[in-house]
Design a protein around this ligand. Structure first.
Ligand code: 5RP
Length: 266
């Protein structure tokens, strides 16, 4: 087994799937409800033993990350655009593979905003990071974003399939993209690397979240990179266990909901 394979195993488990919790939002949005006190959120969710890996920025990884076990860590290596600035898609590289390895991460992540004004720059950054990832045998999570002008394309399987494939073609080893609700298998079948769905935007109910995860897995997704739907849920740990059941234990939505209700009352 080489370094790439052993690091990938820290993210994607023996079931071939993964439940990644994203807590990188503060890099653009500041201290949001649910991750304002990140140390407490990480500890509470990690205590469940159901988090396969975390998506986190280097600053929070350094100062606010005290998990109970030894979950995988995907370190964000792109950013530098905030909600207060002119354009959230104007990201650039904010770290390197060497820094991620030095800090102890297992993988790195960078965004590519396909179809946006900064499509070219973000894809060039993704490719350059992929080159360094190959050198060090570090997996690269390509975060396929769309940008404001393409919000309506989030549910368009043809457009999302394009974005996922483009990220893989530029060197991503795993692609995170949006769940399209219809024809998601067109997205997964056209992408040679594992596709994981993004959690957001926040679903209205926990049942909606579980249905989304179940349907995505049926459509060939290898898991989810989820943030708000877990740590802004009224019952984060219970929801996490139910999501884990669907992803790793072939649970139906009905059984997952029963588990959710049972864990809520435990
Ligand atoms: C933003 C991200 C988020 O981490 C990702 O979309 C998951 O979070 P959420 O489930 O809250 O959407 O990569 O760039």
């Amino acid at each position: 087994m080489n370094g790439m394979q052993s690091r990938l195993k820290r993210i994607i488990k023996d079931t071939g799937k993964s439940l990644v919790i994203a807590v990188d939002h503060g890099m653009a949005l500041g201290p949001m409800t649910g991750i304002s006190d990140l140390k407490t959120t990480v500890k509470m969710l990690d205590d469940t033993g159901k988090v396969d890996a975390w998506l986190i920025t280097k600053g929070m990884y350094t100062y606010s990350f005290e998990p109970s076990g030894t979950p995988g860590v995907i370190m964000r290596a792109s950013g530098a655009a905030t909600i207060a600035g002119p354009n959230l898609t104007h990201e650039g590289l904010t770290s390197s593979v060497e820094e991620a390895l030095m800090l102890g991460a297992d993988a790195v992540a960078a965004s590519a905003f396909v179809g946006s004004e900064f499509e070219h720059e973000t894809l060039v950054d993704l490719s350059k990071l992929a080159t360094d990832c190959r050198k060090w045998n570090v997996p690269l999570l390509g975060v396929c974003g769309l940008g404001k002008n393409n919000e309506d394309k989030k549910k368009d399987p043809r457009f999302i399939a394009l974005g996922a494939r483009v990220c893989a073609e530029h060197g991503a080893d795993i692609v995170k993209t949006y769940y399209t609700e219809t024809d998601f298998e067109k997205v997964t079948s056209g992408c040679p690397v594992p596709v994981m769905i993004a959690g957001g935007p926040k679903c209205e109910t926990d049942l909606d979240t579980l249905n989304m995860i179940y349907n995505a897995i049926q459509g060939g997704a290898k898991g989810i990179v989820m943030g708000r739907n877990v740590w802004q849920s009224p019952h984060p740990a219970a929801l996490l266990s139910a999501a884990y059941g669907i992803i790793h234990e072939n649970m139906s939505v009905k059984t997952a909901v029963e588990l959710l209700e049972h864990s809520k009352n435990a």
